[in-house]
Write a protein that binds this ligand. Structure first.
Ligand code: ARG
Length: 456
């Protein structure tokens, strides 16, 4: 029998039940739903709607139910449509008449909104923590290969040499923006919807601010209709995860490239690679491919939810139940990717010699020739033309650029630009890819990491 049987003459058809039940996926919310119910019960006591004794009984009952979930002994009854009804049903079974008071002044509409915010607040914190762990690993891998360098690319064509640490820190900065966004979203979602009721509040003397504080929310809702229909927090979280997933995907693509025989800039540890069922020689970077592949569903979860929300009239509509599976999926998947990518980078061996050889490609010195001419007073456009002419000759005649430059009497001092690592050392403007700028960047990065840590 449903909780609303009083109004109905016929039982729910099985097809409607199958369509609408959500216990099969929302049972993972049990701990957050119980936390919300505990605050609610204490709020009812403050409002004089429960005696101290009734409140204590209900708190104890909720604690017992939580234990049942934790030990795997909680049994779903056939009538349990979702996690909220399952817990209320069990509370009434265990506490008798007092259990029947637990839903006083509350609707599943403000209950599910509250539970969802508590869940998302924790999830966002966990994702931010895992992202910071990856940032720290990127910094550590860079530091462990302190003077390693590689070609930096534009259009996936060799452009200029960059320190490996600079390259990895580029990813770190984007992940730090993800952390910043997640923590911003957490601040915005930290508003309690409890006490909004079905949509219009209640005639009973409850104080939403009291339960808001008990649950660690910054404040209670101002508008009951907004409180039960707002799912911005889910959309924002899904966006933040999707963008984080896009960053992880780009990093994955790069690891795939680096670990090909063609690039051979790096190899991942045996514990972070997979073999082939047929080809004995294979060592595949599946971890990086999955980081790339998972981003598709993370973006899909975001767009799916936005389409669900579009066009919904105020206030609660059952469509909103569709917010959960994408949220749970994105949270779970991004945590899997973050942990595995963190391990993959830790397991990585960077082939400094191979990468340095590629970065010491003489053509990458062309810009240094042009900038040398600029320092001698030549307008840049003209200097570019001169350097381009030298490159053209070297390519046409299939000779090293250094040899072509050596034949130019006006470029007598330019030979040392071709020394190993010289083009890298030449990058010295603030924030650039060379060794002299790297300490300042690392310091800024460390400061940003510690700011984010303190906000966790
Ligand atoms: N399981 C539902 C959800 O996720 C709970 C709310 C149901 N409310 C209602 N008025 N039928 O949204």
């Amino acid at each position: 029998m449903t909780l609303w049987a009083g109004r109905f003459d016929a039982a729910m058809d099985q097809t409607l039940w199958d369509l609408s039940e959500s216990y099969s996926f929302d049972h993972v919310l049990y701990a957050h739903d119980i936390a919300g119910s505990m605050a609610h019960v204490r709020g009812l006591e403050t409002a004089g709607l429960l005696s101290a004794e009734e409140c204590a009984t209900l708190l104890e009952t909720l604690e017992t139910i939580k234990g049942e979930f934790e030990t795997g002994t909680f049994e779903r009854a056939p009538s349990d449509e979702d996690i909220h009804m399952a817990i209320e049903r069990r509370a009434t079974e265990l506490a008798g008449a007092v259990g029947a008071k637990i839903h006083t002044s509350r609707s599943r509409n403000d209950q599910v909104a509250t539970t969802l915010r508590l869940f998302t607040r924790d999830a966002v914190t966990r994702i931010a923590q895992a992202s910071l762990a990856l940032v720290e690993t990127l910094v550590a891998v860079g530091a462990a290969n302190a003077d390693a360098y590689l070609p930096g690319y534009t259009h996936l064509q060799r452009a200029q040499p960059v320190l490996l640490s600079h390259h990895l820190q580029a990813h770190a900065w984007s992940l730090l923006r993800d952390v910043d966004r997640l923590l911003d979203a957490r601040r915005r979602l930290n508003v309690s919807p409890l006490g909004a009721g079905a949509l219009a509040g209640t005639s009973l003397p409850i104080l939403p601010a009291v339960t808001a504080e008990l649950m660690g929310f910054d404040e209670a809702f101002a508008n009951s209709m907004d409180a039960v229909s707002d799912r911005d927090l889910v959309a924002e979280t899904l966006f933040d995860i999707a963008l984080l997933g896009v960053h992880l995907s780009r990093m994955g693509e790069e690891l795939v490239l680096w670990t090909t025989s063609e690039f051979n800039f790096a190899v991942l540890g045996d514990d972070f690679t997979t073999g082939s069922s047929m080809l004995p020689q294979k060592k595949n970077s599946d971890v990086a491919e999955l980081a790339r592949g998972k981003s598709g569903r993370l973006v899909g979860n975001l767009t799916g939810l936005l389409v669900t929300l579009k066009g919904l009239p105020l206030a609660y509509n059952r469509d909103l139940q569709e917010d959960k599976e994408p949220l749970f999926d994105s949270v779970r998947q991004v945590l899997l990717v973050l942990a595995a990518m963190e391990g993959a980078y830790r397991s990585m061996t960077f082939h400094r010699e191979v990468a340095a050889l590629a970065a010491d490609d003489q053509l990458l010195v062309a810009i240094d020739i042009a900038e040398g001419l600029v320092q001698a007073g030549m307008p840049f456009r003209q200097a570019h033309e001169v350097a381009g002419g030298l490159v053209g000759r070297a390519v046409r005649e299939d000779r090293p650029l250094a040899d072509v430059v050596a034949e130019e009497p006006s470029l007598a001092g330019y030979a040392e630009l071709f020394d190993r690592g010289a083009a890298l050392a030449n990058r010295r403007s603030p924030g650039s890819s060379g060794p002299s700028a790297s300490e300042a960047q690392s310091e800024r990065l460390r400061a940003r990491i510690s700011t984010m840590r303190s906000r966790l």
